[in-house]
Design a binder for this molecule. Sequence first.
Ligand SMILES: [Zn+2]
Ligand SMILES: [Zn+2]
Length: 269
Amino acid sequence: MSIDLQTDLARSSAGTFGDCWACQRRHSLPDGNARAHALEMMREFEAISRLDYLASDLDVDPRLCFANLFGEGRGNMFGVLECEDRDGQTVILRAFSSLWDGIRQIEGWVQPVLSAEVYDEMILPAQQEIKAMTKEANVLDVESAAHAEILARRKNISQVLWKKMCASYRFRNFRGEERSLAGTVLPGTPITGGMGECCAPKLLNHAARHGLRPLGMAEFYWGSDSEGGQRVPGEFYASCEARCRPILGFMLCGLEDLLNDGAWPADDL
Ligand SMILES: [Zn+2]
Ligand SMILES: [Zn+2]
């Protein structure tokens, strides 16, 4: 089986798309009104300069202030998903990509794909252990047996962690199917770090689990100019090629049918 990926890639105009192994074709999601909502979000960013937009001025978390988050060369991707609920109401979901120094959940933003329990009980302790081992290794003579031993142990722990993480992600698509990271990635594509931590998978996963039908998606960069100038604050970008595109084919699968049939995904709650 082969999908004509490269030629399709050049033709696609939507920023959110991926190739689906099951359907043997590409699924995509247009911008819709999401860009307009994203521009509103940027105005909000300019006005309040923090991520906890639902918190009152008295309850502001200093860790979430842009002054603390976006130093020189630092910024982040943000995403907006315009959805429709069963009552025909517009629901605007928002997401930030990856982790903020261990900050994973902020009120008013969709949750990460990897559950908080898995993260707190499995990922965080292992990451701390790996960090501690790195510190320990750094003070040892690089030629010593102790140094080699600690590096070998660290490698082993990170490999085990990586496998556990891959198995713990649960991606839901619009057919109601749920898969691990390995099952979600387009066959033949390598699994890389950070897959599932971008805005697009978080937003789609949330919609698919909460009875929401996506209509449009937009992703933009905010913060300082990125190093090397690849990302400009306020600019819109397509879902990333390395981490998102290989999983978006599965994640978007079933959406067209829902829209055609006037149906909604199941609601977990
Ligand atoms: Zn991405
Ligand atoms: Zn499909």
